[in-house]
Design a protein around this ligand. Sequence first.
Ligand code: SF4
Length: 453
Amino acid sequence: MASLPGARAPRFHIETLGCPKNAVDSDKVVASLLADGLEPAAAVDEADVVVVNTCAFVEAARQESIDTILALADARKEGARLVVTGCMAERYGDELAVALPEVDAVVGFAHEASIGSTVPVPVAFKRKPSGVRDLLDMPRPAPAVPWAYVKVAEGCDRACAFCAIPSFRGKQRSRRPASIEAEARELVAGGVRELVLVAQDLAWYGRDAGEPGALAPLLRSLDRLRVDGLARVRLLYLYPSEVREPLVSTMLELPSVVPYFDLSLQHASSPLLRSMRRWGSGDRFRALIAAIRDREPDATFRSSFIVGFPGETERDHDELLQFLADVELDWAGFFPFSPEDGTPAAELPDAVDERTTQERLRECSELQDPITAAARDALVGREVEVLVDGIDETRGDATGRTPREAPEIDGQVTVQGCFARPGTLVQARVVEARGPDIVAVPLRVEQTIGRAS
Ligand code: SF4
C-alpha cells in the first residue's frame, strides 16, 4: 500500500449496545471500516470516527444508548466525528439528529456499510473502493474468543403486539446458505469452535426465500465443518410453533448441534398470548418441552417472559408461576412490559401498575432462581465437556462453557488448575455449583485445534 509522508490512516472506535444480533452488525461495520482504509484506535480519544451501534428495544435500552452517545461525545478528541447507527438510528433517525446536535451523522441499516464515508480517508489508505455493500454478507474480523454469533437473517415476519422490531427492521430477509457457510468456514479457520446462530425468528429462516424448513439443511452443512475444528453450533431465539420436525430431530442428531432450546415463550396464559398475538399455550409448551426431554434428557431449556402485559390478571400470573414450577426451565429471564410507540400493545387498556409488575417480577425470580440453582446442583459429580473461553492467570484456572451455557447469557464454568488455551475442549468433573456458575476439575484436555491466543 502506498503511504503519505507524515500521514496516517484515520482511526475508528465502535461501541455496541443491545443484543447479540447487534454485536454481529458491529463486527461487520468494523470489516467495512477496515475495507475503507480506517484502522482501529487504541482508545476512544484517539479515534477520528466514533461509532455507537444503538439498541431501541425498550425504554431502558434507549436511555443507555443516549447516555453512551453523550459520554462518547465528551470523550472523543477534538474534531472526531460521532456516528450513530443501529436500531435507534433506524427508528428515530430525524428526531435523534435534531435532539443530539453533538452527533455528526445518523446512519440507518441501509447505509451501515458506508459509515467509513462519514470521515475523509486519504486515497492512499483506501483498501477497497467503496460501493454498495450489504452488511449481512460483509466479511468480519476473526473474533478474539473461540465462539462467534452468526446472523442468518434480518427482520421479522411476525406481528407480536408488543414488538416494534418489524416496524424498523422490516420483513425477514434470509441470507443465502452459501454466504452463511462461507462466513462460518472463515470463522472456523480463524479458530472459532462454537457458532451461535441468531436471527429475530431463527426457525423461520428461509421462508422469505420460498424455502421453509431451510434451517435443518443449513445445520447439516455447518456440521460438516467439524473436520475443520468446529465443535458446537448453538441456536438462539426459536419461536415455539417452529420447534418441530424435522428441526428437532436435526438438532438432536447432529453431533455439533447442542441440545439447547432457547424458546421464545413470553407467557403461559392462552388469553394473554392471544392478546400478545402469539402462538401457543402453557399446555402446548409443556408438551413440547416434555417431548424433547423424552428424547434427550440432557436437553437444556431457556426462555424469556414478559411480566405486566396489559390485561395480565392475577390468574394469568398464577398460570405463569405454575408453568415455571412444572417445566423447570434451566434458564429464564423476566422482563417488565414496556409500551413501545406504534405497537398495538401500547394502545391496550388495563395497564398493570408498576408496583404490581415489580411484585410479579419478584415472584417469578424467586420461583425460578432455586430451579436454576437445583439444575446446576444436579451437575455436581457429572463429567462435562467445557469449551475454554478464557484463562484466569492469577488463579491458574480456565473459564468456559459446557453445551448448557450460551455465551454472555447463562452461567459460566471454572475449570480449576487448568491452563488449556482458549478454544480447547476439556473433559472435566463438576465439583461444585455456585448459583448459576459451576466449578469443575479437569480430567482430559483435548489436543488444541483452535486458536493459540
Ligand atoms: S417474533 Fe420476535 S422480533 Fe418478531 S415480532 Fe415477535 S417478538 Fe418481535
